[in-house]
Design a protein around this ligand. Sequence first.
Ligand SMILES: Nc1ncnc2c1ncn2[C@@H]1O[C@H](COP(=O)(O)OP(=O)(O)O)[C@@H](O)[C@H]1O
Ligand SMILES: [Mg+2]
Length: 311
Amino acid sequence: MAAMAAIDVQDLVKRFGDKTVVDHVSLRVETGEISGFIGPNGSGKTTTMRMLCGLLSPDDGRGTVLGHDIRAAAQQVKPEIGYMTQAFSLYADLTIEENLAFVARLYGMPDPRRAVRETLSDLGLLHRRAQLAGTLSGGWKQRLALAASVMHKPRLLLLDEPTAGVDPLARREFWDEIHERAAEGLTVLVSTHYMDEAERCHSINLIVAGRLLAKGPVERVVQESGLVTRIVTGHDVRRLRAALSADPAVEQVAPFGRTLHVVGRDGAALDAAIRRLAPGAAVEAAETTLEDVFIHHMRRAGLSGAAARVA
Ligand SMILES: Nc1ncnc2c1ncn2[C@@H]1O[C@H](COP(=O)(O)OP(=O)(O)O)[C@@H](O)[C@H]1O
Ligand SMILES: [Mg+2]
């Protein structure tokens, strides 16, 4: 028998008023898998996560989370899930130790003192346990929040933009830790705006305006987009950019340092446009990135960056 997926939900729908913010989203995340959730602001990531952990009931759809029916058994699943919310969710004016003790009691852990001590020790924070959580650096806050969200040993961890505003080294370490835990069998669904983080997931789910537009391992999502990319180096990058962006074969053109990153769907048409508009320029084929695919789907959905930010 095939092992049951940790998350296996179909056609989840959530409406707020007359607005459908999650529109028939289906997700499948295998046990021990790290699955990324990417999409512009306001696309329904947080709402979907809240439905998965039983905080919000779906208006439609079905499926299971850790084997529990998402509609009938939302309460049973809660103790088996860790949920790290989007904003820093600990108390800034409690100490590190007090925060952990609070969470341990919240989950009704049998020996909260021991759990707190073990967690402090794992984090290497025993000597700093009396420090106010609000005085920690961004990276340490996130490590503490992560430790708090797994103290009750959940089987599924939902992380909502866990590394927003955290520096690259702290992000790297945070992700190393997530991989360690996944290797031990923890299943992780993590939303992020960072494409390098999406690339560290076993698979991703791209959601735009409530709709799931692509899913699978990053390489497959990129390949299935059908996009091709060229790097153009010329004399007058600014003029070239204007000319190329007006051409129908060109879907995206963006400066990267002294080069232009040019993306389209038809390689031959793209090359012809570049040769015509930039006759002396050097052209190289390049790998399409996940960011290119992300922008492609956002534009197709009629979103600009600014529109997505206020959504
Ligand atoms: N409780 C709520 N009541 C009304 N609208 C909401 C509520 N929660 C979220 N929304 C709306 O649902 C949409 C999706 O939000 P959200 O799930 O937070 O997106 P994301 O996490 O991808 O940024 C947004 O337009 C947001 O304003
Ligand atoms: Mg969100």
